[in-house]
Ligand binder design. Sequence first.
Ligand code: MN
Ligand code: MN
Length: 460
Amino acid sequence: MDDMRKELFYEQKNGYDLIDAQERLELEDYCQGYMDFLNDSRTEREAVKNAIAMAEERGFIEYEPGMELRPGMKLYRNNRGKALMLAVIGKQDLSHGAVIAGAHVDAPRLDLKQIPLYESDEMCFFRTHYYGGIKKYQWVTIPLELHGVVVLKSGEVLDVSIGREPCEPKFVITDLLPHLAADQMKKTMKDGITGEGMQILIGSVPYADEGKDRVKLAVLSILKDMYDISEEDFLSAELTAVPAYDVCEIGLDRSLIGGYGHDDRVCAYAELKAIFDVEEPERTCVCILADKEETGSDGVSGMQSAAFDCFMEDLCQSQGVALRRCYEKSFCLSADVSNAYDPLYPEVSEKRSEAKINYGMGISKFTGARGKSGTSDASAELVAYLRRLFAEKSVVWQLCELGKVDQGGGGTIAMFMANRNIDTIDAGVPVLSMHAPFEVVAKFDCYMTYKGVLAAYSDK
Ligand code: MN
Ligand code: MN
């Protein structure tokens, strides 16, 4: 009878029962590199900058339209410093399609408003407008650091980073003491902290004169010393406050990684490492690091932008191939995080269908909400292809959905790729506390996601 069970039942195993000591070492090594990348990539701009530096070290060069393409050539295209596309040219031309992996490098955060600075009762604050889906109460009383750019009227771009270095000051949004929070505590978690209430404390010492707004003046004089800017320059700035936590190992066994921005830099890094490890692939490999996923993928740097089509069309033209022919033969892993089953909140998940920590790369045939609204829903043929591929390449993976049927849902860039007539499936790392200032992933799943993308890139 047990033989029959073995033959007929679908059972999954904990990933650590499936790898040997050697692979555990490789996994640790991979994750160390990822932790360093995440620590230094606090915004989409920084992620793109770091990715370009890594790519150039490995022989990637900036693509210019019209370049003659040779198999094995390594190229990248920087989309306005906020999104990036990399390609390794295949032995076959693009009429055979490309193998694409797409992740995003933006993450939920607190953007400063364009007129952010004000003083109240001799304290100085930045007003914010949050970006992406957040639970606002999680973002108060935690250390914040400031990143971004100020673009002067002249067009000069000033890079801003305050708080990343241990010696630098941090910022914070305050909250009520419990002693006086009786009314606040009656509110729902959604309304306990309001969007307008998310104001960042940035100073308290008055300027030594008799005028008004002395603390604001003192803060502006510090900024003048640091960056030679005035209040008006915030009009054309993109400044954002992100959690000032360092990325770190979690658990006595150090099996997990805690940090800000795993969604979706964890998949971005997996793609990068995979495309760096590809040598003379059969089909052209493309790696996308997109922006604006958290706000719907609109805009010039989002996945709905024609920037991707332009890049692909340029490559196709160099080989005399029509873009639409390339797309219809292409395959895309839409690499984004999924929810990891959390035993603290079992009520939102149907356990058997939710991704589990340490069970490997998560594959979602479909995403969406309610009746799969907003999903691209990959075909059974595509899932079967991955079953074959991952078995061949010893990739530990799991099929997953996002929560119970009626519980909610989500989506990512998959539908925008599929709408281009590219066979696309969702794949990625399961995350605990997704969109929180401090998210948690399992090292095992990070490593297997890299292996999964590499398997797709290296397929004959
Ligand atoms: Mn995501
Ligand atoms: Mn997200």
